[in-house]
Design a protein around this ligand. Structure first.
Ligand SMILES: NC(=O)c1ccc[n+]([C@@H]2O[C@H](COP(=O)([O-])OP(=O)(O)OC[C@H]3O[C@@H](n4cnc5c(N)ncnc54)[C@H](OP(=O)(O)O)[C@@H]3O)[C@@H](O)[C@H]2O)c1
Length: 258
C-alpha cells in the first residue's frame, strides 16, 4: 500500500484479533510504526512478528484497558521504544450482551470498565503524551475511538453495549472540543456488523440469521470496508475533522423493509 502515515506511531488497543488486528495491519501498511496492545500477549506478539517479517515496525505490549491505572506505563514503554505516539486507535471492547431484565451488575460493570472507562483513560493518557511530546503542537495528534452503530441504534439484548457506545460517541465530542486548539483531532468510527469473535455466536443463532436477512444488502460487512474511514481519521485529512461519529455500516441500520 502507501506511505501516508510514514513517521507516525500508532497504538491500537485490542489488537489481538478481530478489527483491532486488521486496523493494525492497515496502519502498518501505510508506514506507521504500530504498537499492538491487548491482554492476550501471545496473539499480539505473533502479529508483531508477522508485521516485522514484512519490514514493518511493530511491537507488542500487554495492556488490560479495564485497569486504567496501568495505561500510562504501557504508553510510556511504547514511546520509549518507538518514539512519540501520534495516533491512538481506541478499539478494545466487549459485547455486553444480555436483556435488560437479566443484566447483572457485574456484567454491566465489565462492559463499562472496558468500553467506556478503558476508552476514556486511554484517550486521556495518549492526549497527555501528545501534548508533552510536541505531536499535538504539530497538529498531527489523532484519536480514533471505535464506537458502533449501537451508539445510535436500539438493539434489543444489547442495552449495556448500546449505552457504552453512546458514551464513547459523546466523550468523543467533548474531548474534541476541549482539545480543538491543541492539535489533536478526536473522532469516533461506528462500524456496522463485521463477523468477529464478538458476534460470531450470535450470527449462528436463528435470531442472528433473521437479523442478517433484514439488512438491505443481506450480508455482513467486511473489515476492509472500514479502511478508508480509518485512514481518513488517522491521517492528515482529519486536521479539520473532529468530534464526529462516522458510521460505516453497509446500510445495515437504514430503516424500511424490502
Ligand atoms: N465486529 C463488529 O461487528 C463490530 C461492530 C461495531 C463495533 N465493534 C467494535 O469494534 C471493537 C473490536 O471488536 P471486534 O469485533 O474486533 O471484537 P473481538 O474480535 O472480540 O476483539 C475484541 C478485542 O478487544 C480486546 N479486549 C477486550 N477486553 C479488553 C481489555 N480489558 N483490555 C484490552 N483489550 C481488551 C480483545 O483482546 P484480549 O482479549 O486479548 O484482551 C480483542 O483484541 C470493539 O470496540 C467493538 O465494540 C465491532
Amino acid at each position: 500500500m502507501g506511505a501516508s502515515l510514514q513517521g507516525q506511531v500508532a497504538v491500537v488497543t485490542g489488537a489481538s484479533g478481530g478489527l483491532g488486528a486488521h486496523f493494525a495491519r492497515v496502519l502498518a501498511s501505510e508506514g506507521a510504526g504500530v504498537a499492538l496492545t491487548a491482554r492476550r500477549l501471545d496473539k499480539i506478539e505473533a502479529l508483531a512478528g508477522e508485521l516485522a517479517a514484512q519490514g514493518r515496525t511493530a511491537m507488542a505490549v500487554r495492556l488490560d484497558v479495564a485497569k486504567p491505572e496501568t495505561i500510562p506505563e504501557a504508553f510510556d514503554e511504547i514511546e520509549a521504544a518507538l518514539g512519540p505516539i501520534s495516533i491512538l486507535i481506541n478499539n478494545a471492547g466487549v459485547g455486553g450482551e444480555g436483556l435488560a431484565l437479566d443484566m447483572t451488575v457485574e456484567h454491566f460493570d465489565t462492559t463499562f470498565d472496558t468500553n467506556v472507562r478503558g476508552v476514556y483513560f486511554a484517550a486521556q493518557a495518549a492526549a497527555r503524551l501528545m501534548m508533552a511530546s510536541g505531536v499535538a503542537e504539530r497538529g498531527v495528534g489523532r484519536i480514533v475511538n471505535i464506537a458502533s452503530v449501537a451508539a445510535q441504534t436500539s438493539l434489543p439484548g444489547l442495552s449495556a453495549y448500546c449505552a457504552s457506545k453512546a458514551a464513547v460517541a459523546m466523550m468523543t465530542r467533548v474531548m474534541a472540543r476541549e482539545w480543538a486548539r491543541r492539535g489533536i483531532s478526536v473522532n469516533a468510527l461506528g462500524p456496522g456488523y463485521v463477523l468477529t469473535d464478538i458476534n460470531a455466536d450470535w450470527f449462528e443463532t436463528e435470531g442472528g440469521a433473521a437479523q442478517l436477512k433484514r439488512f438491505p444488502k443481506r450480508r455482513l460487512m467486511q473489515e476492509t470496508d472500514l479502511d478508508a474511514a480509518l485512514l481518513m481519521l488517522a491521517g492528515p485529512a482529519a486536521s479539520a475533522i473532529t468530534g464526529q461519529l462516522i458510521i460505516i455500516d453497509d446500510g445495515q441500520t437504514l430503516p424500511g423493509g424490502g
